[in-house]
Every structure is written in C-alpha cells, then in structure tokens.
Design a protein around this ligand. Sequence first.
Ligand SMILES: Nc1ncnc2c1ncn2[C@@H]1O[C@H](COP(=O)(O)OP(=O)(O)OP(=O)(O)O)[C@@H](O)[C@H]1O
Ligand SMILES: [Mg+2]
Length: 257
Amino acid sequence: MAGTYAVELRNVTKRYNELVAVNNLNLNIDKGEIFGILGPNGSGKSTTLKMLLGLLQPDEGNVNVLGIDSRVDPVGVKRLVGYAPEAPHLYEFLTGIEFLDFIGDIYGMQAEEKRSRINEYLKALQLEGREGDMISSYSEGMKQKIALIAAFLHKPKLLILDEPLNALDPRSARIVKDFLQQLKNQGVTTIMSTHILEIAQAVCDRIGIMYQGKLLALGNMEELRKMASLPNSALEDIFLKLTGTGDIKAVVEELVK
Ligand SMILES: Nc1ncnc2c1ncn2[C@@H]1O[C@H](COP(=O)(O)OP(=O)(O)OP(=O)(O)O)[C@@H](O)[C@H]1O
Ligand SMILES: [Mg+2]
C-alpha cells in the first residue's frame, strides 16, 4: 500500500544503453530506518539512490518515496528529501556560507532559522571560522561536510547519502553518525551507501548488499551472518563471502609476484 514505507522499489530496472545497472530490484525501507546499501564498485548503488531522488527514471518498475511517485511529483519528493551525492558539485566560487545560504533559500527556509541552523552545523563539524573562504580552497573532507550540511539543512524526512563519511575525520564521522541516530528518533529515514563496512555495521538497522544490479542479501547483521553461514563474523567477511571476492589472498599474491 502506498505510503506505508518510506521507500518502495517495485521491479525496478535501469539500463545505460546495453548495460543493466539495476536489475529488477524490489526493496521496502521502513520509516525511521537507517538503511545501508553496500556493494562492489559498479554494482548499482548510486544509480538506485538517484532513482529514489527522481534524478534518474527507471526503465521499468515503480519508485515510491514517502508515498509520492517521483515520476508524478518530482518536486514534491525533492522537498522532503535531503541528498548528499558521492561527488558533490559544489559552487566552488562561492564561500561555504554563501552556498549554504543559497541552498536554504532554494528550500524556502525562513532567514532566521536558516542562519541559526547553518551556524549550529558549522560549529558541530568544526568549520567555524572557515565559512567565509571560497569552497575551492576547502579540503575534500571540508567539502563533504558542506555537502552534508546542505542535505540536512531543510529538515528532510528522508536522507539519501551516497558515501557520506569517507572523507571525514573520526570526530566528524562520529558526530554525523550520532546525529543520524537522533534524526532516527525523530522519525527521519536515512539511506546511505558506503564502502566503510564498520560504519554500516555500527550505524545501520538493515543492510542490503548489491551485486551486479541485484540485491544479493538483505537483513540486519544477525540475518546476514546466517545467510553467509558465518555466525560470529564481522560484516567484512560476510560481504566478501557473499560477493564472491573471498579470493583476496590469491589476488594479492599474484600482485606481489
Ligand atoms: N551515466 C552513466 N552512463 C553509463 N553508464 C553508467 C552511468 N552511470 C553509471 N553507469 C554504469 O552503471 C553501473 C552502476 O553504476 P553505479 O554508479 O550505480 O555503481 P555504484 O554501485 O554506485 O559504484 P561505486 O561503488 O563505484 O560508487 C556501472 O557499470 C556504471 O559504469
Ligand atoms: Mg556510487
């Protein structure tokens, strides 16, 4: 039934010419869930996230986000969703504060709330004092922080974060992780792709492992352990076993020959 889940993907297929990037994907994500999408490079994670945002349209199937069909009401979806892309295109000739101001205006935020939220986030992520510098002068991690603040700013109901923590220092990563937990308590849903398996294991309620455009495994840590028949294992071992990349030793031996 539409609207029961935060996100519903029904028989979703996306092709880039001959290449099937997402292959008949079915997935429901509950409201308030923190969901991790894992998978090797090119397995279809970013393509899936972009379809949730309405940035890409599926060739087949239906995508429903917070009860809205993104094909019918793409602006309605964007209003409720915050997105941090994997390689954010920030306006590098703007300063951090100008960019965030601009984002707040796009979402129609009141000036006072916008300012106070921006300042709060800049402080929490230790960007205070650098907000007046041009984005082009920021380090990778600083740019990622700006992209995250831009995603959080308008209090979205659904956060879509494509590899959000890979450039963050440990303190900032911890702050973002704790913040996601707080948002969860307020009913916000987060869907994030990540290659950092410790983060997925620590933060996500459920994890989906994609492989060649399909969902290879889906569940919480306990269920994934069962699926991989690895009762006491960390996510890394489960991931490597399920995605068939367990022959790492042989590959490395070949490399050092
Ligand atoms: N714009 C595009 N045009 C053509 N092919 C594309 C395009 N975007 C993605 N693809 C292809 O679709 C497949 C899935 O790509 P996608 O970016 O969804 O993978 P991913 O799981 O996010 O990978 P990564 O871990 O490297 O970010 C890949 O084979 C990729 O080459
Ligand atoms: Mg990607």
